[in-house]
Each structure stands twice: as structure tokens, then as C-alpha cells.
Design a protein around this ligand. Sequence first.
Ligand code: GLA
Length: 383
Amino acid sequence: MRHRIPAAAAACATMAVLTAVPGLAQTAAVSKGGRVEKSSFGTTKDGQAVDLYTLTNAKGVVAKVITYGALLTELHVPDKSGMMADVVLGFKTLDRYESDHPYFGATIGRVANRIAKGRFKLGGQEYALAANNGPNHLHGGLRGFDKRVWKAQPVSTGGVPAVRFTYTSADMEEGYPGALTATVTYTLTHANELRLEYTAVTDKPTIVNLTNHSYFNLAGDGQGTILDHELTIMADRFTPVDDTLIPTGEIASVRGTVMDFNRATPIGARIAEVPGPAPGGYDHNYVLSHGGGVLAMSATVRDPKSGRVMDVLTSEPGIQLYTGNFLDGTLTGKAGVAYQRHAGFCLETQHFPDAINHPNFPPVVLQPGRTFKSTTVYRFSAR
Ligand code: GLA
């Protein structure tokens, strides 16, 4: 949805509404222009209360996150003339998130992306997970972290709005060994950065790979396809896949191929030539040139119409570029518009798909006593 209100005025208008209607939402932190408000987002089918946290920074940028799936439902950022738009796909109501949907905005775990045939070995033991994506395991299984209600706690510091979400996944939940406690902290800085910081600890050796599955459209939710968005990915290599989207194990060069986004290129420019199974499009893991381990620039996307720019910085070694290939018009989003193919793109920062079955990929095993840590920043500007 678009609002014809410049960013600063939008911030003031929202504040006025809150003053006029006390008790509408709980304001957990107000200082230096940033704030966090908590309100109800309804109740799940099995009776769990779900809360919505609204983070607003000093510039009027707004991020909304619900405790169901620690899921980003809205993200309002300005274009080059200061006009705000919600740049993520999603729904208005909880029942839609509880129904079948392709992970809009959700936190993904315990292991993001695919595990071949749902099988892996750890500590000499073989584990079998649900095959919920053809023959393979995808995004944590039948009821992954995206379908769980997380605990939330506002953790704003110095007027910078932030909320930490926590979920404890029981030993053998979805077939994974070890009780794992995961946190994801959403921080909305005054520099228009949405910062996602993940941690995880376990009581037995396990595997973990956390990401966020937001679908972005920098022209605004429901504003057509993202095929004209100009994309740069700082990656010389990618992990080629088989017909079921499992990596072959090869780490191949992107140079001279349709996979190469080292120079800003419209997403749609070569999309019809991307090799792979129907319906085609990009659904590939890039091997980031910075190698992971420290937070570094990894990708940039610009919408030529609005001028909105999103930089992606991550400490992860990989990024899955997914161009909404499976959207087919059957889901209608917040703006009342049916999501057609390529209505949004995802840049899922991650360890490589099926890493546990590929010794040459960066490892995803977490040992007790160690803390998994990962940071991804989505930084917005306009030009
Ligand atoms: C991921 C996968 C895609 C698809 C989407 C959800 O990004 O890589 O193949 O399953 O999730 O539709």
C-alpha cells in the first residue's frame, strides 16, 4: 500500500493518533524519536495469543513483526521523494499466515533450505526428517520455526527500537536432535536499517541454519513484478542444483553466465534463460565473495521507478536468490492484489543448502557449549 505522506509527517501523524487514543497499543519505549508498540494480532487455531510489535524509527520508517513465526508483516520505507510504501509481501490477518503460504516474512529454522531426502548423519547416527518438498526436506519441516509462536521482549537501547524473539525447539522436534533455543532480534536503526541478529544454543550436537524469508517488492506490495529491479550480488560462485533443487556439490563460477549479478542487472533481463526445472527463474544459492564470518556488503537491489534501494549485509557465507517463481495468483496479499509470479524476490542469507551432506560446504553443526551467531542487515535508501 502507498501513502502520500512524506516520512517525517507520517511519523508525527502516527504519534498524534497514539496520544489521542491512549491504550490502543502499549508503548514499550519512547525516546529520541524511536519506539516499540505492542498490540494483539489475534489467537492461533490452537488458542495461543499472538502479538504484533510495531517498531518506528526517528524517520518514520515502520517495521511490524508478529510473534507467530517471528515474522515480518510490514516494512514501510521512503522513496526518493519521501513517499512511504510497504515493501514486503504478506497478509493482514493471522488466519492467512496459519494457512498454507510460501513463508512470507517468516523466520526459518531449525535448518533453512533443503536437506536431500530429509536424511543426514551426525555423531554416527542417522536422522530422518519429513520430506515436505518433493523428495526433500525444506525449511525446517512440516511445522518449522515459521509456524511456532515465539516469546518476545522489547530490548530497545538509546532510543533505537528493538525486539528480541525467542523459541525453544524440543529435542527431536521435526526429527532434529537436541533442545535448541533460538533468538532473533529485530532492530530498526535511525539510519533506516532493519537489523536481524540470530543466536542459537543446544544441549546436544545438532544442525542449525537460520534465515528470514521476506519477499520484497521495492515499488511496494502489490505493485506488479520485481523483474525490472536492478540486482547486484557480490558473489563469483554459486552452488548448482539438480532437478529437485539439491546442490550437486559443485561450486561453480558465475562468470559469463545468467547467474552473474556482480554488475547491477535487472532481475528479469536473463531470467528466461536460467537453467533448471519448471517453472524456472532464480532459486539458487550464491557463494558470497566475502566468505562469511563478519558482517559485510553482499547484495544491493534498486527499483528504478521509486528509486528505493535495499542493501543486504550479512555475516552468512551464502544467499539464496529466489524470485517468487511459485507464486501463481492464488494468494491475495495485504493490498488486495493477487500475487502473480515474480511479485516479490527473496534474498535469504544462509549457510548453503544441504550443507550437512556436503563436507566441502561451510558446516552447520552446532555443539553444546557453543553459540551460533549470525547477523543480517537490510539497509534502505533512495536515489
Ligand atoms: C525457498 C525455496 C524455494 C521455494 C520457496 C517457498 O526459497 O528455495 O524453492 O520453496 O522457499 O516457496
